[in-house]
Ligand binder design. Structure first.
Ligand SMILES: [Zn+2]
Length: 459
């Protein structure tokens, strides 16, 4: 870790719209390049030269992702007022929660002169990624696969498999991506964990559907497991794209059932475990699979496999259009009960009865009696954790999409007085030196927690 902590990464190579310096009217902006110390912090910094004294500098920044509403952070760097001003402000990921590797962070500066005239610099963007790895990229088929270990054939094979997974998912489920998905393949799970702060001891992969990013740790000898895990995580991204809204709640059995379906079904031991549960009638009630899965490793696999069976039943019996209707109805804010009724004409118990009949299971115990509707308690954070142990890696059981929105819910863009891309010079009047403006980032904890919870889609 120390190597990472010490890494001061000049990101010029990563800057998408990098210019060493540019003049906007009478202002000159130089060194407008953030310093990345992945994964701990990012320092925005720039120098401004103006023919009128600069009194205040405001930094605006954000992350390229889907959010509920406009989410823009503002920071107020402390400066020495004058015609030449240097400003910097540091985003501490340890305080805010980290951004996913590969996420695109944008920023721009608002510069105010002594007459209150505002100048806005061009919006720029940087990719939040460690450069200690020699990342290579294979693109095509709506997948950008980035990897650094295992040689070129390793990356190309994973890319080919990911593209095939996307194609299959589209054909079988109707789920399709509307823009390319970035897949970051770390050399192993330890490297992956190091790149993401604040994650519990999960293994496998992570799907950041709101960023269109997947990260997985795959060693070169885990090719088969890696391919399955890619397909699993890609399914989460596609489901996330289709169902993104500020209203949707996708039950875990649907989320994970689709992902295992996307993998091509459970592995053999998991399927055998399910078959045994079917035989001895120890299947889990559908309602209990709506929230987080059990933390008991013995019960987790059956939860995934049964979720797969439920989804497979819905798709094979009723077709992909109904599944898409079901997902869209959930996106629009319907409860699971309402969405099932609307798409399939049954409630949760009716669904369970039909599924049990469909797979040859015994009728649900007490199904003759009126079911007591006990709301499922849905934990916001599903902390279940399965380790990869032994030489054979366990199937991926990745954690929720942990997209910590560190940035604050800013006010309306009305606070921004000029368009992002356009900057103008101001006229001149005498300098009035004003003191230092204290810097505090706006951080609305409620918004942070809300958005963070909304985006935990996985278990
Ligand atoms: Zn999953």
């Amino acid at each position: 870790m120390s190597r990472r902590c010490l890494l001061l990464l000049l990101i010029a190579a990563l800057l998408i719209t990098a210019l060493p310096a540019y003049a906007q009217g009478t202002i000159t902006v130089s060194n407008d390049q953030p310093l990345l110390e992945f994964p701990d912090r990012l320092t925005f910094r720039a120098k401004f030269q103006n023919d009128r004294p600069i009194e205040k500098v405001v930094l605006e920044y954000g992350v390229d992702q889907w959010t509920c509403g406009t989410v823009i952070a503002k920071a107020f760097p402390e400066i020495e007022p004058g015609n030449e001003v240097a400003a910097d402000w540091t985003w501490e990921m340890k305080q805010s929660g980290s951004q996913p590797p590969g996420s695109k962070i944008w920023w721009r500066w608002h510069i105010f002169d002594d007459q209150g005239q505002e100048i806005v610099t061009n919006r720029k963007e940087v990719v939040w990624l460690d450069d200690q790895h020699d990342w290579q990229t294979e693109s095509g088929g709506d997948i950008n696969l980035h990897w650094y270990d295992g040689g070129s054939s390793f990356g190309r094979e994973l890319h080919k498999s990911a593209v095939e997974s996307l194609t299959n998912l589209g054909e079988v489920t109707g789920l399709r991506t509307d823009k390319p998905i970035d897949l970051y393949i770390y050399g192993d799970t330890a490297d992956m964990r190091d790149a993401v702060l604040y994650e519990p001891g999960w293994t496998g992969g992570l799907a950041y559907s709101d960023h269109n990013i997947v990260i997985i740790g795959i060693t070169p000898d885990q090719m088969d497991w890696g391919k399955r895990t890619q397909a699993h995580e890609l399914t989460h991204v596609l489901v996330g794209q289709l169902t993104f809204s500020c209203l949707s709640y996708i039950p875990t059995w649907l989320q994970e059932g689709l992902a295992v379906f996307g993998e091509g079904g459970p592995d053999e031991p998991s399927q055998e475990q399910f078959d045994e549960a079917l035989k001895v009638d120890t299947l889990v009630p559908v309602r209990s699979l709506s929230g987080g899965f059990s933390e008991d490793p013995a019960k987790v696999d059956i939860s995934y496999t049964q979720s797969y069976s439920l989804v497979k039943f819905l798709i094979e019996q009723y077709g992909q259009d109904k599944m898409l209707d079901f997902l869209r109805t959930l996106r629009d804010g319907a409860t699971v009960e309402e969405a099932l009724q609307q798409a399939y004409g049954f409630d949760i118990e009716g669904f369970e009865d039909a599924w049990r009949a469909g797979i040859g299971a015994q009728p649900r115990s007490g199904s003759a009696a009126k079911p007591t509707l006990v709301p499922t308690i849905v934990p916001t954070f599903a902390p279940a954790s399965i380790s990869i142990a032994g030489p054979t890696p366990a199937p991926a059981r990745e954690r929720p999409t942990p997209t910590p929105i560190v940035i604050a819910q800013a006010g309306e863009p009305a606070t921004v007085s000029a368009p992002a891309a356009e900057s103008t010079s101001t006229d001149s009047t005498p300098i009035i030196m004003i003191g230092v403006v204290a810097a505090i980032v706006i951080l609305f904890v409620a918004v942070f927690i809300f958005v963070r919870r909304k985006q935990r889609i996985d278990v």
